[in-house]
Write a protein that binds this ligand. Structure first.
Ligand code: SF4
Length: 245
């Protein structure tokens, strides 16, 4: 189904319980543009643009947020971690704990990303994401409308190629994250992302110091589950202390 049809169908089904969740990579900006066009065409739904501000984003991502706010005249909603949880984590493990072990990296992703996102998404019924099947891995089988999770995930670009995204970005003169021109192919937190070399996978620059088996994502599972069990213990200890502080 064409992306605009997916968006129209989602807006008519979910209305103002929808949100856009983006980190302002190319696909996310295309989604913002497509949805804003639909809203400017007279649809009265109010659809917030959400982004996770971990406190570790590169300056270029903040510039992208500013550029999108100016272009569309909207305020991007920054989802921030709980300050007391961050302070407890840094006090226990140091500011750069993510380099020390996979469980500590997952603890940081839990505290700075997963927990604040889960809290905010509890009031969201469905959300737009910029996933494409061509990105491979777990994304090969994505549905345009995925009802399997707590929130319905809508991926209007599921069928798009990287060239489609680049063409749309160029044709519509959309803002582009500065780090692409520095060789980045996937953009996350500043200390955990680097540029990729020719021939490396799109996400090779994320948590580059970990082995491929370890680094799927902060909320996914390693094959034997060992890291998750360890991070569960770290997180439980931390939350117990912050709850009683
Ligand atoms: S990507 Fe790195 S800095 Fe960002 S939340 Fe995860 S471990 Fe922490």
């Amino acid at each position: 189904m064409p992306a605009q049809d997916v968006i129209q169908s989602a807006i008519s089904e979910f209305g103002s319980s929808l949100a856009i969740l983006t980190s302002f990579q190319r696909e996310g900006v295309v989604i913002v543009d497509l949805v804003m066009r639909e809203l400017m065409n007279g649809n009265s739904a109010r659809i917030p643009i959400l982004t996770i501000d971990t406190g570790k984003l590169p300056a270029a991502t903040h510039r992208m947020i500013d550029a999108v706010e100016q272009r569309y005249g909207v305020a991007v909603e920054r989802i921030c971690p709980d300050e007391s949880e961050v302070a407890a984590m840094v006090g226990d493990h140091g500011e750069n704990l993510f380099y020390d072990s996979v469980p500590q990296r997952m603890l940081c992703c839990n505290v700075r990303k997963v927990r604040p996102l889960t809290r905010r998404m509890s009031s969201v019924g469905a959300y737009f994401a910029g996933l494409r099947r061509e990105q491979g891995g777990e994304r090969l089988g994505i549905e345009e409308i995925d009802r399997s999770g707590t929130q319905v995930k809508i991926s209007p670009l599921a069928d798009w190629s990287a060239a489609d995204v680049e063409r749309y970005t160029r044709d519509q003169n959309l803002p582009v994250h500065d780090l692409y021109s520095a060789g980045y192919t996937s953009i996350g937190c500043d200390p955990c992302t680097r540029a990729t070399a020719v021939g490396e996978g799109e996400r090779a620059g994320r948590w580059w110091w970990e082995s491929d088996a370890d680094k799927e994502c902060g909320i996914h599972f390693t094959p034997d589950g060992r890291a998750e069990r360890t991070v569960d213990v770290l997180l439980r200890d931390l939350l117990t202390r912050t709850a009683t502080a």
